[in-house]
Design a protein around this ligand. Structure first.
Ligand code: BGP
Length: 466
């Protein structure tokens, strides 16, 4: 389909921006907050999360900037251990009050809050008690979710259950400090998280009359390296294992057959209790959050001991798996300075595939470019590459919308600079620059980048001028 004139974005399109609690808030060991697994993340040469972007102490200023930007929505996560310092049991009233302040300011500024319940920061107390391997964590999550719905349900309509569950399973290092879970254990954790997501979905529908809730996995179209039929099958397999496994359970309440066959072959099928599948089938999300950074390209496994590349992978850099698929580079795409491929057209393909499978409204919950932005002596930050990246992706989102995808909003990553999972403050994503370096906290001043003015205009014209 060739849209000579793509459809305009709908008038109620949620132009937004995203962050997550541990990556922006700071105040990680104060104001009653308990530690999370992310607070163990202290590589010697990188920023830790104790101050981050100090959003905890800049809420007023940060929301004023969101308003100035013209945001229609702000996607953020609540820190589980700020509400329940030990993951369950006693509540921290100061933490509860903090999110009331944030949400009230957003609502007063005409910004729709989009709340992620859980974004990588499992309370340490639960982790030490087995984390997601222990079914008790499901109950703790249910208690936590229920508390949030009761507390904020009259102000927050859009909820996301779990951020990038598929990344937590496929790239477990950052989520399992001091432990090396086997794949078998990871797929057991996965089953428990799927149950937790289903319980939260049902609770939201019970407790929040206007509530809309969905998962937020990292979803990307997987390309075959060539049109060799074996490469096409490998791409299909990896797409099922990496993407559809999570969404099929969340939406349809069933395990994806291809992913299930893989789990059987690798002896990864989780232990289930009576009623688990009924529970999964009972939960019906209202929309899907999609985090998209770039597509992946794969070829058929050769099963010769070299399918797994000798490099470290991250959420966007596949490494391959012996006998399953071989990770390839797509030579037709550019890469960012941090080695992630840039594929704006792949966003259109991804959105079409997701919508075609599930027929649910889609909110893009993350997409953006990490770069070494520099604050100039005159106090400006010139990030033309971010404008270029986002413009190209917005255009493809608009084409996907014109293709018939029910796209309800777009929340680029990130509203402000924040701690990157692997590269601290060297890799920045925000429309707003935070004046700090890895170790030197400097002024923590907020500085609008060039992309801020550009996005302001995009929102003001509802995407008709980009
Ligand atoms: C996603 C995570 C975010 C964020 C983003 C950018 O996978 O949901 O929390 O970190 O990726 O990744 P990075 O910080 O590694 O560049």
């Amino acid at each position: 389909m060739f849209h000579t004139t793509p459809k305009p974005f709908p008038n109620d399109f949620l132009w937004g921006a995203s962050t997550s609690a541990y990556q922006v808030e700071g105040a990680s060991e104060s104001h009653g907050k308990g530690p999370s697994i992310q607070d163990l993340h202290h590589p010697a040469d990188l920023s830790d999360f104790s101050v981050a972007s100090d959003h905890y102490h800049h809420v007023e200023e940060d929301v004023a900037l969101m308003k100035e930007l013209g945001l229609k929505a702000y996607r953020f996560s609540i820190s589980w251990s700020r509400i329940f310092p030990k993951g369950k049991g006693e509540i921290n009233p100061e933490g509860v009050a903090f999110y009331h302040t944030l949400i009230d300011r957003l609502v007063a500024s005409g910004i729709e809050p989009v709340v992620t319940l859980y974004h990588f920061d499992l309370p340490l107390a639960l982790y030490e008690n087995g984390g997601w391997s222990n079914r008790e964590t499901i109950d703790a999550f249910a208690q936590y979710a229920k508390t949030l719905f009761q507390e904020y349900g009259d102000k927050v309509k859009y909820w996301l259950t779990i951020n990038e569950q598929n990344v937590m399973i496929n790239h477990p290092a950052a989520m399992n400090p001091g432990k090396t879970p086997t794949n078998k254990e990871l797929y057991q954790q996965n089953h428990h998280m799927l149950l937790a997501g289903a319980i939260a979905t049902n609770l939201c529908h019970e407790l929040v009359p206007e509530g809309k809730i969905g998962p937020a996995p990292n979803i990307i179209a997987v390309y075959p390296k060539t049109c060799k039929p074996e490469d096409v099958v490998a791409a299909d397999n990896w797409e099922a294992i990496r993407n559809w496994l999570y969404l099929d359970v969340a939406v349809k309440g069933v395990y994806n057959p291809i992913a299930w066959a893989y789990m059987e072959e690798k002896e990864l099928v989780p232990r289930m209790e009576a009623g688990d599948m009924d529970l999964l089938a009972s939960a019906k999300p209202d929309f899907l959050g999609v985090n998209y950074y770039a597509t992946a390209t794969v070829s058929a496994a050769k099963n010769d001991g070299h399918d797994r590349a000798p490099r470290n992978g991250d959420q966007q850099t596949m490494v391959g798996e012996e006998g399953v698929y071989r990770a390839e580079t797509n030579d037709l795409l550019e890469t960012t300075e941090f080695g992630w491929q840039i594929d704006s057209v792949g966003l259109r393909t991804t959105l079409r595939r997701v919508y075609d499978r599930y027929h649910l409204p889609i909110l893009i919950t993350e997409n953006g470019i990490g770069a070494r932005d520099a604050l100039e002596d005159d106090g400006t930050v010139h990030d033309a590459y971010r404008v270029d990246y986002l413009r190209r992706h917005f255009e493809q989102a608009r084409l996907a919308f014109s293709d018939g995808v029910d796209l309800i909003g777009y929340c680029p990553w990130a509203f402000m600079d924040l701690v990157s999972t692997h590269q601290g403050y060297q890799k920045r994503y925000g429309f707003v620059y935070i004046d700090r370096q890895e170790k030197d906290l400097k002024t923590l001043q907020r500085v609008k980048k060039d992309s801020f003015a550009w996005y302001q205009n995009v929102i003001a014209t509802n995407g008709s001028r980009m």
